[in-house]
Design a protein around this ligand. Structure first.
Ligand code: FES
Length: 574
C-alpha cells in the first residue's frame, strides 16, 4: 500500500513562496534545513503553568518527550494550551474544559504537524486535551503529569482534597483547632504533580491508560519519579512510529476502549467527574455511550483499589503496588483484552505484564477491597435525564432514604443560611441545592458535597443525603446525588422543589422521586417561568457556553462541538 504523504510536507515540503514562508519563520527557532526533508513533525501540546502545581513540571517533562522524538527521527515542536488550574480558577475550571478542547483542536488542525503528544494532568486538562485531539483525529498520545508525593501531617499520610473536607468538618464540629487546620496546608501538597488521592486527575489518568491512549504505567508513576521522564522519552519515540503507521485516536477510542475505561473507573473507585468527561469524549469520536453504561458495565467489577476517598492509600502507594497494569491483570476476562493501544500492543498483552506487589492496596476479584463500585445512575421525576451517586463514597444506611427537603435556591443562599442555628434541619432532612448545573452557575462546579450544618456536625452527624445539579470533587465523599438533569436553570424539575417537600431515594432500585403531585408541579412551573429573569451573562465565552452547553447526561459538551472535523485544511494564509 502506498504510504500516505505527511501532512506537514504540504507546508514544509513546498519549494515556492508558501514553503519559504512556512520554513523561514520556523527556522528562526533554531531548526536546520535538513529537518524539513520529510520527517514527522510532532507537536507537543503543553498545559504547563505556574498557576498549578499539577502541571508546573511539564516543560521539563516535555524536554524528555523531545529527546524521544529526535531519537526516533521526528522533529518535536512544543506549543502551549490552556492550563485550567482546578484549585485557582473561578467560578470553576469546568467552565473552561470545552474552551481548552476548542483551543487544542484548532491548534492541532491549523499547524503543520503530523502527530501530537498531549501533556496534562489537572482534572479538566486531560479530558480537554483528549476531546480536542479526538476531533482532529491525527495520531495522538498522552503523557500525564503524575501525582504529587503522599501528603504528611503530624506523622501520618494525608490525601489531597479528601483530608481537606474531613479537617474542615472537624473544625466546624469543634474537633480541630484553626492553627492545626492551617498547619496541615503545607504538608498536604509537597511536590509537583496532581492530587495524590483517586480524585478526578488520577481517575482520568487511569482512564487514559485503560482507553489505550498512553504507554503503560502512565497513571501511577509519581510526578517526580525519574521513570516518568523515561516514560516521556519512550512516548516521544512511540508517536513517531504512530505517525508512520497512521494510528489515530479513532483507531484506539472504540466502544471496547470506553468499556475498559468504565471498568477501570469502577475498579479504582474513580471520580464521578469521569462520567461527564467520558460521555463528552465518546460524543467526539461517535461511540454510542449512555449514562446507564456506567451502571451496567461498572457492575461487572468490584472495587479493587484501596485509595482515598473510597479507601485508605494514596497514588504513590498505588504505583509501588503495581499501578494500572496490575489492576488490568487482576481484572482478567472482565477487561476487554482485545482493545488495541497506542503502544502497538493489545490491552491483554499489557495486562499479562502486570503484577500486584501489595495486596492491601490492590485486591483481587476473589478478595476485592469492596463490593461492586462504579456509579449508580438514578432516574425518576426529579431527574428525568438522570443523576448519579458514587456508592463506595456513600453511607450504606443512607442508600435508601426518605426525607424532607431543605432547599437552597443557589450557592449564595446556601452560604447565607447553612450555619444559621435556626435553620430547620435534622439528620433525616435532604439538602437540595439548585443553580449549580452547566448553565446555572455557570460551569457545573464541584459544590455538590455541601458541608453539613454545624449544629448537626456538633451532634456527631457526618453524612446526609444531598441532591444538586452540581458535580463534586473526585476527592470528596458522602451520600451525594449529583449531575441532576435537566438542571434547575434549564427548567428541570429540580427548579420546582420547595422546603418541606418529601423526596424518596431508593438507591438499590435506582430511583429518585419528588413526592409532589403533578397538578401542584404544573402550578409551580407556571410560577417559575413567570419569575424568570434574563441571563446576566450577555457576552464572551460565558454567553457562548451558556447558549450551547448540553446537560450532564451528554457530557456537558457544547452542542456544536460533538463529532469531528478531520485535520484537513486546504487554504493557505497568504
Ligand atoms: Fe490539579 Fe487536584 S488540583 S489535580
Amino acid at each position: 500500500m502506498a504510504k500516505k504523504p505527511l501532512r506537514s510536507q504540504k507546508s514544509y515540503g513546498k519549494l515556492d513562496r508558501d514553503g519559504f514562508i512556512h520554513r523561514s519563520w520556523i527556522k528562526a527557532t533554531g531548526l536546520p534545513d535538513h529537518v524539513f526533508d520529510g520527517r514527522p513533525i510532532i507537536g507537543i501540546a503543553n498545559t504547563w503553568s505556574e498557576l498549578v502545581t499539577c502541571q508546573v513540571h511539564l516543560r521539563e517533562l516535555a524536554e524528555f518527550v523531545k529527546r524521544g522524538v529526535w531519537e526516533a527521527g521526528g522533529v518535536p515542536i512544543e506549543f502551549p494550551a490552556m492550563s485550567l488550574p482546578e484549585t485557582q480558577m473561578r467560578p470553576t475550571a469546568m467552565l473552561f474544559r470545552n474552551l481548552l478542547a476548542m483551543e487544542v483542536e484548532e491548534s492541532i488542525r491549523a499547524n503543520p504537524i503530523d502527530g501530537v503528544v498531549l501533556l496534562g494532568g489537572c482534572d479538566k486538562t486531560t479530558p480537554g486535551l483528549l476531546m480536542g485531539a479526538a476531533s482532529v483525529d491525527l495520531p495522538a498520545i498522552f503523557v500525564s503529569s503524575g501525582a504529587m508525593l503522599n501528603g504528611k501531617f503530624e506523622g501520618r499520610d494525608i490525601g489531597s482534597g479528601t483530608d481537606v473536607w474531613r479537617f474542615s468538618e472537624m473544625v466546624r464540629a469543634g474537633e480541630m483547632t484553626l492553627p492545626e487546620f492551617l498547619s496541615a496546608e503545607s504538608g498536604m501538597s509537597r511536590s509537583a504533580g496532581v492530587c495524590n488521592t483517586m480524585g478526578t486527575a488520577s481517575s482520568m489518568a487511569c482512564i487514559v491508560e485503560a482507553l489505550g491512549m498512553s504507554l503503560p504505567n502512565n497513571a501511577a508513576l509519581p510526578a517526580v519519579d525519574a521513570r516518568r521522564r523515561v516514560l516521556a522519552h519512550m512516548t516521544g519515540n512511540r508517536i513517531v512510529q504512530m505517525v508512520k503507521d497512521d494510528v489515530k485516536p479513532s483507531d484506539i477510542l472504540t466502544r471496547a476502549a470506553f468499556e475498559n475505561a468504565i471498568i477501570m473507573h469502577a475498579a479504582t473507585g474513580g471520580s464521578t467527574n469521569a462520567v461527564v468527561h467520558l460521555l463528552a469524549l465518546a460524543g467526539r469520536v461517535g461511540v454510542p455511550l449512555t449514562l446507564e453504561d456506567f451502571d451496567n458495565i461498572g457492575r461487572e467489577c468490584p472495587l479493587l483499589v484501596n485509595l482515598m476517598p473510597s479507601g485508605k492509600y494514596l497514588m504513590e502507594d498505588f504505583c509501588y503496588a503495581g499501578g494500572v497494569p496490575a489492576v488490568m491483570n487482576e481484572l482478567g476476562a472482565v477487561f476487554r483484552r482485545e482493545a488495541i493501544t497506542v503502544s502497538g500492543l493489545t490491552q491483554g498483552e499489557l495486562a499479562d505484564a502486570g503484577k500486584v506487589f501489595n495486596r492491601d492496596v490492590i485486591g483481587s476479584l476473589q478478595s476485592p477491597v469492596g463490593p461492586s463500585s462504579g456509579v449508580w445512575v438514578l432516574r425518576g421525576n426529579l431527574c428525568p435525564q438522570g443523576a448519579i451517586l458514587k456508592p463506595s463514597a456513600a453511607s450504606p444506611e443512607l442508600l435508601t432514604h426518605r426525607g424532607r427537603a431543605v432547599v437552597f435556591e443557589d450557592i449564595e443562599d446556601y452560604h447565607a443560611r447553612i450555619d444559621d442555628p435556626d435553620l430547620e434541619v435534622d439528620e433525616t432532612s435532604i439538602l437540595v441545592l439548585k443553580g449549580c448545573g452547566p448553565k446555572g452557575y455557570p460551569g457545573m462546579p464541584e459544590v455538590g458535597n455541601m458541608a453539613l450544618p454545624p449544629k448537626l456536625l456538633q451532634k456527631g452527624v457526618r453524612d446526609m443525603v444531598r441532591i444538586s445539579d452540581a458535580r463534586m470533587s473526585g476527592t470528596a465523599y458522602g451520600t451525594v446525588i449529583l449531575h441532576v438533569a435537566p438542571e434547575a436553570e434549564a427548567g428541570g424539575p429540580l427548579a420546582l422543589v420547595r422546603n418541606g417537600d418529601e423526596i424518596a431515594f431508593d438507591g438499590p432500585n435506582r430511583s429518585l422521586e419528588l413526592l409532589v403531585d403533578d397538578a401542584e408541579l404544573a402550578r409551580r412551573r407556571e410560577a417559575w417561568e413567570a419569575a424568570r429573569a434574563p441571563s446576566k451573562f450577555d457576552r464572551g465565552w460565558y454567553k457562548l457556553y451558556i447558549d450551547t452547553v448540553m446537560q450532564a447526561d451528554r457530557g456537558a459538551d457544547l452542542d456544536f462541538l460533538v463529532g469531528k472535523s478531520s485535520s484537513e485544511v486546504t487554504r493557505e494564509s497568504h
